[in-house]
Design a protein around this ligand. Structure first.
Ligand code: C2E
Ligand code: CA
Ligand code: CA
Length: 566
């Protein structure tokens, strides 16, 4: 029976285990308690232990005599603490000996009732008070704790961590964040039950470690844990202990837990911000498989301040035109001579104080906090306006591809928005390409695929960007709605390094052939690479070999140079 079960039991009376070797005492107590309790009687400690094992989860209170044959009340107090189902039952000791009280308290008894029972009402009131106090405490614990791991949840964790500061005012404390690598994937591949076991195992280790170092632990997200404890010179021992416990769960699955530590945290700082720092340190090694523990540093702090600045400045930067769009040509290499066939729109930020900022810096940042949608709409519109202008001035259509972040794909109005854009600039969706990174496809889900399909049905062309960097299964590939595959840059950049990469490129080209879509290879810098790609059957090339991304005025030379289209 659960806690709520016990509460509910009040309507049908709660259950009291009354343990006394003298039948008359058992009967007397039964009589006193009978209006509020059903009674389970036991004549010695051994019988009591048996009932605790069998019915522990249903028992609301244990009234325990100390001196009994076979097994004493002291021994019961001792033993029941090792029994999961009985550990949390409140114990009231029945005694005529004041001397035993201290020892019983040490063993976990919560109250005493003196024999003989001269004041029955006082006995009942006392038992009821203990039971209600316990039930209330359990209710509070249920609200404070994560049900899976038993650790605190975030809100209570911050509260108790603050209390810990007041209790240990002279002591340096560390804020630690722990995150399981690719937990979602782990869950998917091994099943939820396995994922739960992993979380519980980590929770158990952290609770133990916290207990040893005046600390507290919390689960603050599906696979994010926080630990607040006395300052440690190294977290290697904790990391090893976690490793051992996780290895015991499975030989086959390797689980990496990342640590971010904000050591000797500034106690003036709000608790939440201290853990933001620990988490930032933890996130910073997300892609660094060699490092498992990262300590918050001045450098990381400077990076955070910089990121904060960029986020604050974005709105104003859009309004004052600090973002500009560069275009990088894509050439069709199927024929004798390469032919300009389209361009990719790539954003640049000319910040009045921080100078030129690469999208590699700010795009991932804006993707994390959702600001990207606002910026993208601005870029998409600039690109459409540019296409219109080129069409009017040069009389040719240069299809342009824009990058679409996966966050945008969750916006149900996206299709409508693009359709409005086409109408506003009198463009057709067939000349407006959307580059969607491969990892977006693998991330989710029916909703995402439905959005991409809807965009294609509306006539837009979709390129799968960074193809080969994600984890698409072959099976998924055949289901995916795409019009072109754009190979991740690393393939071409590693061509020289090994013959294997050439083979991989050939295989990918063949795969695209099976899917009936053209391939685009980006990041092409050398003649050799062009030759190799051409012989492997690649259709379109983009890279410094032809041109870096250029401001629109400079890009125009390509339009003027070769007006043919593919
Ligand atoms: P991406 O979409 O994979 O874009 C290709 C990147 O490769 C561009 O970097 C481009 O300048 C660079 N590149 C092109 N040719 C070569 C080459 O031959 N060698 C080398 N080493 N690099 C080459 P860029 O412009 O810095 O953009 C970086 C990333 O930022 C892009 O990767 C894209 O993911 C993102 N990005 C850029 N503009 C936008 C945008 O408007 N919206 C979104 N969501 N993301 C954008
Ligand atoms: Ca792209
Ligand atoms: Ca790419």
């Amino acid at each position: 029976m659960t806690l709520y079960g016990k509460r509910y039991a009040r309507l049908n009376k709660r259950l009291a285990l009354v343990v006394d070797d003298e039948a008359v005492n058992r009967e007397m107590l039964g009589f006193i308690l009978q209006d509020d309790y059903d009674i389970l009687p036991a004549g010695d400690g051994r019988e009591a232990m048996r009932l605790l094992r069998e019915r522990g989860a249903d028992i609301s209170v244990l009234l325990l005599d100390l001196l009994m044959p076979v097994m004493s009340g002291f021994d019961v107090l001792h033993e029941m603490r090792t029994l999961e189902a009985a550990r949390d039952i409140p114990v009231i000791v029945l005694t005529s000996e004041a001397r035993a009280e201290v020892e019983c308290l040490k063993l976990g008894a919560v109250d005493f009732i003196k024999k003989p029972y001269n004041a029955p009402e006082a006995v009942l009131a006392r038992v009821n008070r203990v039971v209600e106090l316990f039930e209330d405490r359990q209710l509070i614990e249920a609200a404070e704790n994560d049900p899976l791991t038993g650790l605190y949840n975030r809100a209570f964790f911050y509260e108790y961590a603050g209390q810990r500061d007041r209790q240990l005012s002279d002591c340096e404390m560390d804020a630690v964040a722990l995150d399981i690598d690719r937990f979602r994937l782990l869950n998917e591949m091994n099943g939820r039950a396995y994922g739960d076991r992993v979380l519980r195992a980590i929770g158990g280790v952290l609770a133990g470690f916290a207990g040893e170092h005046d600390g507290l632990a919390a689960r603050c997200g599906s696979d994010l844990f926080y630990l607040y404890c006395r300052h440690q010179e190294s977290y290697e021992p904790l990391r090893r202990r976690l490793g051992q416990v996780l290895d015991e769960l499975s030989d086959a699955v390797r689980i990496r837990v990342r640590f971010g530590v904000y050591p000797a945290a500034d106690k003036e700082m709000e608790m939440e911000h201290r853990f933001d720092r620990a988490k930032a340190a933890c996130d910073a090694i997300r892609d660094d498989y060699k490092q498992c523990v990262n300590v918050y540093s001045d450098e990381l702090h400077a990076r955070e301040v910089y990121a904060e600045r960029l986020m604050n400045d974005m709105g104003e930067a859009i309004a004052s035109g600090q973002f500009c769009v560069y275009y990088q040509p894509k050439f069709n290499i199927r024929g004798e001579e390469p032919v300009l066939c389209s361009a990719e729109a790539l954003v640049r930020w000319r910040h009045p104080e921080l100078g030129f900022i690469s999208p590699g810096v700010f795009i991932p940042l804006f993707e994390q906090n959702g600001l990207i949608s606002q910026l993208e709409r601005h870029i998409w519109e600039r690109a459409a306006a540019q296409m219109r202008e080129w069409k009017d001035r040069f009389g040719v259509s240069i299809p342009v591809s824009v990058n679409v972040s996966r966050i945008d794909l969750y916006d149900p109005n996206l299709g409508q928005w693009f359709a409005g854009l086409m109408e506003k600039y009198a463009l057709s969706p067939g000349e407006y390409w959307l580059e969607i990174t491969e990892s977006a496809y693998t991330e989710d889900t029916a909703q995402l695929l439905a959005m991409v399909s809807a965009l294609r049905e509306a006539g837009f062309k979709v390129e799968m960007d960074d193809f080969g960097s994600g984890y698409s299964s072959l099976n998924m590939l055949f289901m995916m709605p795409v019009d072109a595959l754009k190979l991740d840059m690393k393939f071409v950049q590693n061509i020289e390094k090994s013959g294997k990469n050439r083979e991989i490129i050939r295989v990918l080209m063949n795969l695209a052939g099976c899917l009936g879509v053209p391939t685009i290879v980006e990041g092409v810098e050398e003649q050799e690479q062009v030759d190799m790609l051409k012989s492997a059957g690649c259709d379109i090339i983009q890279g410094y070999y032809f041109s870096r991304p250029l401001p629109p005025e400079e890009f125009e030379r390509f339009i003027k140079g070769g007006k043919e289209e593919c």
